[in-house]
Structure formats: structure tokens, C-alpha cells
Design a protein around this ligand. Structure first.
Ligand code: SF4
Length: 326
């Protein structure tokens, strides 16, 4: 059963111009952060979004929980178009969908105690009496491994380690018993020694709460550990979508091939053929014509700068946007 359906979604941000620039040209420019993305996520599934910075994965995640509204397209959560919801309906859907930010330090108010940071969501949603909310927050703190809860309730964020702050962030995400969580680079800011514990916590919460995740990460080795399927994004578009084993063992799109070959391997003798894309990701204000990857693609041919490839099914549930697979 599909819990999330993203249908041809675009998100363009207007470029702010300086005074002189606005006198020279009247034309508006836009950063095409997400430019026609479609996918779905089944209930209980973990879908990963991978790609370099600037690929549009974080913006896609924010769109999926209605932190920002799409410029075009639809995002259906359990059949409801979340961009159209207002008032009470929107408040109720916010109980069911949550987002965890990349940097736990900046996502926690330095002046709010941990108990308040987690309990605020219950308060905003008008759930329970003060005693019931306190009880619920303590249960959540215990569940995310911050025990005894009573010793964490009154602490401020600066009194916690990076790993503990990330646990608070997950506590805040689950306190409303959500169904869908978008988690943006959840282990990017924690020590390597803590990384495995946070991922384990994430997967335990998934089992216990029946969660569905959209897992955003540039770290492909981590995505392989937690995801069922992976979507590779490049300049605001999905270029390949497949189950994790297919995409890691046999990536098809030249960009996905490059990303996978950059994953470090423990055995130095087992070197993979390097196919890391040349140069930098181009500007999303004026993306290259045709296939956006063509200036960096080692396999580009005549057709590539002239015609944009569509994301097509290539069998076994895989989709690729590349003329080599037409
Ligand atoms: Fe490379 Fe052409 Fe495929 Fe784009 S369409 S990835 S440029 S081969």
C-alpha cells in the first residue's frame, strides 16, 4: 500500500537580485531545486535519496512533510494532497508526518529544556493534561535511550553530547506516534562510534512504531544499511530508482555508477573501477540542456545535450533516465 505519492513535483525558489542587477534585467530567475520528481513510498518501506549537495534531496524531503509548498505537482499522503490542506486538517496530518533536521544542535532551542523540547509537540496539538504529557515525554526519553528520563528532562541542549542530542531529535519526532518520518542526514553530525547506535535506534523505532522513512543521505554506505530502495538525484531530478542491492551492485545510470564507485571498500586490493563524475555540479538556475548530466558524463553522445531523457521502467521495478537505456 502506497503511503506517499509524489507526482511530478517542482520547487523553484526566486533568486534575490541586487539593486543594480534589478535595473539591468527585469527577468526573474529561479533556482530549480526540484524539477519534476515522481516516486512513491510503500507503508513500512525505507526509501533513500542519494546525490551530491545541490541535487535537491533535502528540498524533496521538506516538500514531503509540507515544510514548504510545491511550485507545481502533488504530494499525496494516505491519499490526501498535503499542499491543499489548511487549518485543522493540516494540524491533524502534522501528527502523522515528522521531519528530523541534519544538525541536532541548531534544531534544538538552546533555551528550552529537553523535556519541553519534546513536550512542545504534544502541547501544540492539544494532547493530554500536563501530567499525561510529562509521562509521555519520560516514556519517549527512555525509549530513545536517555535514561533515567528524570535526569534528562531539565537539561539544556548544551549539556548533552552530539549523540544524545540526536536521540532527543528522534524522541521529538516519535512523541506524536507518527507514521512517516523524513530524516535528513541523521548521522552526518555524530561521531563514527555513535553512528551505528543511532541507525540501530532508527530501525528499532521503525519496527516498534511501524514507521515509514524517507532517508536522505550523501553517505551511500549508510543508506545501504537502512534502505529498501534508493533514488539517485541529480540537479533536481531522479536519474535512477531501484532496490538497494541492484543499485549498489549494478548501477545503470552513469552518474549512479560514479557515486557507487566512490564508496570506500575495506579491502584495498578489491579496488573498483573509478568513474567519479568530472567537475562540479552545474548551477540549478540554468541547468544544462538535454540530459543535465551531459557535461560531466563519460558516456555522453550526440543526442544527450539535445534531448532530455525520461525516467523509464527498465524491468524488475527499476527506473533509469538515460538515453543508453531507451
Ligand atoms: Fe550520459 Fe547521455 Fe545517459 Fe545523460 S543521457 S547519462 S549524458 S549517456
Amino acid at each position: 500500500m502506497k503511503l506517499i505519492e509524489v507526482k511530478d513535483v517542482k520547487k523553484y525558489f526566486p533568486v534575490q537580485k541586487g539593486f543594480i542587477e534589478s535595473l539591468i534585467t527585469k527577468e526573474s530567475e529561479y533556482v530549480r531545486a526540484v524539477d519534476g520528481v515522481s516516486f512513491d513510498i510503500k507503508k513500512g518501506e525505507v526509501l533513500g535519496l542519494a546525490g551530491e549537495s545541490g541535487s535537491g534531496k533535502t528540498t524533496t524531503g521538506r516538500l514531503c512533510v509540507r515544510l514548504i509548498a510545491p511550485t507545481e505537482g502533488q504530494i499525496l499522503f494516505d491519499g490526501n494532497d498535503i499542499a491543499k490542506l489548511r487549518g485543522k486538517e493540516l494540524r491533524l496530518i502534522r501528527r502523522r508526518i515528522q521531519f528530523t533536521f541534519q544538525d541536532p544542535t541548531s534544531s534544538l532551542n538552546p533555551r528550552r529544556k529537553i523535556g519541553e523540547a519534546i513536550g512542545d509537540a504534544l502541547l501544540l496539538q492539544n494532547i493530554g493534561t500536563p501530567d499525561e504529557r510529562k509521562e509521555r515525554v519520560e516514556a519517549v526519553l527512555d525509549r530513545v535511550g536517555l535514561s533515567p528520563a528524570s535526569s534528562f528532562m531539565d537539561r539544556l541542549p548544551h549539556q548533552l553530547s552530539g549523540g544524545q542530542k540526536q536521540r532527543v531529535v528522534f524522541g521529538r519526532a516519535i512523541v506524536l506516534n507518527p507514521e512517516f518520518v523524513v530524516t535528513d542526514e541523521p548521522v552526518a553530525m555524530v561521531d563514527v562510534s555513535i553512528k551505528a547506535q543511532i541507525l540501530e535506534l532508527m530501525m528499532d523505532l521503525k519496527k516498534e512504531y511501524g514507521l515509514t522513512y524517507l532517508f536522505i543521505s550523501h553517505d551511500l554506505a549508510t543508506s545501504r544499511y537502512v534502505c529498501d530502495r534508493i533514488g539517485v538525484m541529480y540537479l533536481g531530478k531522479i536519474v535512477e530508482m531501484a532496490d538497494k542491492d541492484s543499485i549498489y551492485e549494478d548501477p545503470l545510470h552513469p552518474y549512479a555508477v560514479g557515486l557507487m564507485s566512490a564508496i570506500p571498500v575495506p579491502d584495498p586490493k578489491a579496488k573498483k573501477a573509478k568513474a567519479i563524475p568530472r567537475g562540479e555540479i552545474p548551477s540549478p538556475i540554468n541547468p544544462p540542456s538535454g540530459c543535465r548530466f551531459h557535461p560531466r558524463c563519460p558516456k555522453a553522445f550526440e543526442r544527450c545535450p539535445n534531448e532530455e531523457p525520461e525516467l523509464r521502467d527498465v524491468g524488475n521495478g527499476r527506473q533509469v533516465a538515460c538515453h543508453l537505456y531507451d
